[in-house]
Ligand binder design. Structure first.
Ligand code: ARG
Length: 727
């Protein structure tokens, strides 16, 4: 009986018209009108699709920027003020910090415009427009092309499209693949690269809870930073110059561009309120197959976690021993720890939520669909077989490939620096033109200076010796980079001995030796340099990877592409959204509590009282500044308290975000800013692979906590004054 009801219920569900379900989905702004507007308005949104995304008038999308190439930022005043996460600006805050002037620890507040600090490594991109170019990209592509020829045809078409689009102004042009090569979209951006630091809370607030609370709810973190976009006096993009001015609406309009800054709401949120998040989610793998889940669970994730355990142990040791090293490695440590914990949580979630089995169910249905007709059979019949074969093959090399990336490429600073510096040195020595030569040299010098500023030889040497020792012991020798044989022959197989000599002698492992070499360069000496020997071998292996698995990669791409195409045909009533790929998306849903485990209930918001509950004096993760304790004591929350007199710190909502969304605006039904998104929750760490509607939450910092810190904690009231606060 129950089964009958289920079948009927399913049938009803399946014939109902296209309804896009809120919460899950990272939607493309240009399709909101067609796919989401009705649903969003039913959920509470009071704006139209045109007010959200328009290429004919200023719209909400004009307030959203790519931040630095890896995060999201939003414009929050008429004078270019920008909001993002503390962890997104962490590297920049670090770069201005020293033991004497430690902005990471103490925070930083520019009390006037001339104190705002330039950051040459930062930029923001405004999206001008996007366009479906699938037909043009696939014009010369037919079914019978080999994967290699198909890729060639696609690359050529993309090149032409980019060239044509690039003629328009100085836009940055991207063409990206969607649905694993089934569709293609063009994006035009305008880039501004004078981005100055305006205000950052101390890490004790901005990173409150540290790695213990990272990826977890309940959370109490003030994860925000403010910066400002500057332009040339005429409003066009320009590299840092003293004469540059804050970007304004007037300047934007003079240049025929749109400007929008988000009004800021002091209303806060209630359970079930509508929220939407706009930004740049970096990557998801929602169509990953069961074989992919197995490879991740059995090989990739445990290998990454294991290698990072060792990296973090070594970093911690050196950072704890020396305050200078603590600052030098702050950002690297945070990055390493962030994805160390991510992969631990992801594996737990995948197992607990039975994602492997769920993927198998989908694949079974797909195969039945593929076998249902001759036409289907010839098109989709072999898709999953191709994928399975490809995984069987890459399972053999996955551990080696993971070591190559985690130890070879990302493991030590010296190897990466040597690779890049060596290329620049070669270019410098080969350049004839005097003017160009001195440009290359200048670039090289500033590159080396940046590198050595955050480099500690003793730490890096220990990383090299122990990480490569692990590589040697745990990876199939057939997959070792070629210089391992040299270490065997000349150093009795000891990476410790190799490292001792490399860090004592190489031109690339010490700033003074590097500069001395640059004063009298010598190609012969370079060839024997131990850092060069290691780095050239590592990168040779790295670039060889794709040809090593060429056939498997082609099968994988083809199989996945057909799988997704088939899935969409199989369920025409369902709207499949594309995987995240660092293009602008919107996701919407509601504020909501959840049940993380049997008999446990998590509320949807946290308060400053909760910050005090977690407070551990002197702890490196849970200490807080005296000033905050005092403000809590006197309940001096100003207009930022909620109706009960509490100060809300963080809240959660069931929108669909991932890394890259960090810093994204959380916007209410009226289009007003209510927070900045900064994390996901532990129980749904498998979310990049399978969205969990009951469990998955975005963790956001309430905008009122941001304003409270700016105003009451830092006394930077001039910033509050330039914002549009609405009640
Ligand atoms: N998990 C956050 C993200 O990936 C980063 C949070 C930074 N905080 C920290 N304790 N590392 O967006």
């Amino acid at each position: 009986m129950l089964k009958r009801i289920l079948v009927v219920a399913l049938a009803i569900f399946m014939v109902s018209p296209t309804v896009v379900k809120a919460d899950e989905g990272m939607w493309l702004p240009m399709f909101i009108k067609r796919l989401n507007e009705v649903d969003m308005q039913a959920a509470g949104l009071q704006l139209t699709a045109e007010e959200l995304y328009s290429i004919n008038q200023s719209s909400l999308k004009d307030a959203i920027v790519v931040f630095g190439g890896y995060c999201t930022g939003e414009v929050i005043s008429s004078e270019g003020l920008l909001l993002t996460n503390h962890h997104c600006a962490y590297t920049s805050i670090q770069s201005h910090s020293s033991v004497e002037n430690d902005y990471l620890t103490d925070g930083f507040w520019a009390m006037n415009r001339s104190d705002e600090l330039p950051n040459p490594e930062l930029y923001v991109d405004f999206l001008i427009r996007m366009e479906d170019v699938t037909d043009r990209v696939l014009k010369e592509v037919s079914e019978d092309l080999s994967e290699a020829d198909r890729n060639k045809a696609i690359q050529e078409a993309i090149k032409t499209i980019k060239e044509e689009a690039g003629e328009e102004n100085d836009y940055i042009v991207q063409v990206k693949s969607f649905y694993e090569g089934n569709e293609f979209y063009l994006f035009l951006y305008e880039r501004f690269n004078d981005i100055r630091l305006v205000g950052a809370p101390p890490s004790s607030l901005g990173k409150y809870g540290g790695d213990t609370d990272n990826w977890m709810w309940p959370r109490h973190t003030g994860d925000f930073t403010m910066l400002r976009i500057y332009s040339a006096p005429d409003g066009t993009p320009a590299a840092y110059a003293e004469e540059n001015v804050p970007l304004t609406k007037e300047l934007r309009e003079k240049n025929n561009a749109f400007y929008h800054h988000l009004p800021i709401s002091l209303e806060g949120v209630s359970n079930n309120d509508f929220t939407m998040v706009w930004g740049y989610p970096g990557s998801t793998d929602r169509y990953l197959t069961s074989w992919g889940v197995r490879q991740l669970l059995d090989i990739k994730a445990p290998t990454i976690v294991d290698i990072r355990d060792l990296k973090l142990e070594i970093m911690n040791k050196h950072m704890n021993a020396d305050p200078k090293v603590r600052i030098q490695y702050a950002s690297k440590h945070a990055r390493t720890a962030n994805y160390w914990k991510y992969f631990i949580g992801q594996s737990k979630g995948l197992k607990r939520l039975g994602v492997y089995e769920k993927k198998q169910d989908i694949e079974q249905d797909f195969q039945a669909f593929a076998n249902a007709s001759k036409a289907n059979q010839s098109k989709y019949g072999a898709a999953l077989e191709l994928v399975e074969e490809a995984y069987n093959e890459t399972n053999e090399t996955e551990k080696g490939a993971t070591f190559l990336a985690e130890v070879g490429i990302r493991g030590t600073d010296a190897v990466l620096f040597t690779y890049r510096a060596h290329r620049m040195i070669t270019k410098w020595m080969d350049t004839e033109d005097a003017e160009e030569k001195s440009l290359v040299l200048e670039e090289l010098k500033s590159f080396a200076e940046d590198h050595f500023k955050n480099y500690n030889a003793a730490l890096d040497e220990e990383q090299f010796a122990r990480l490569y020792g692990k590589y040697q012991a745990e990876v199939n020798p057939a997959q070792h980079p070629s210089f391992f044989a040299f270490v065997d022959k000349k150093f009795k197989g000891s990476f410790e001995k190799y490292a001792a000599k490399m860090y004592a002698k190489s031109y690339f492992t010490d700033a003074e030796r590097f500069n001395a070499f640059m004063a009298a360069p010598n190609a012969k000496k370079l060839a024997k340099d131990l850092a060069y020997v290691a780095s050239s071998s590592v990168f040779q292996s790295y670039f060889g990877l794709s040809s090593l698995n060429a056939e498997a990669n082609e099968n994988m791409n083809k199989g996945n592409r057909l799988f997704i195409e088939g899935l969409r045909k199989m369920n025409p009533e369902k709207t499949y959204y594309p995987n995240a790929n660092f293009s602008m998306r919107t996701t919407y849903g509601t504020v909501g509590d959840y049940v993380p485990a049997d008999a446990v209930h998590y509320d949807f918001e946290t308060t400053l009282d909760g910050v005090m509950e977690k407070f551990v004096p002197g702890d490196h993760e849970f200490d807080i500044p005296q000033k905050l304790i005092d403000l809590h004591e006197t309940k001096d929350y100003g207009p930022y308290a909620d109706e009960n007199g509490d100060l809300i710190v963080n809240f959660i909502h069931n929108t669909d975000i991932t890394g890259g969304n960090s810093g994204s605006p959380v916007i209410n039904a009226k289009g007003h800013l209510i927070g900045t998104a900064f994390d996901g929750n532990w129980e749904a760490m498998s979310g990049d692979i399978a969205f969990e509607p009951e469990l998955q939450r975005t963790i956001s910092c309430d905008i009122r906590y941001v304003l409270f810190i700016v105003d009451k904690y830092a006394g930077a009231t001039h910033l509050i004054e330039e914002m549009d606060l609405v009640y």
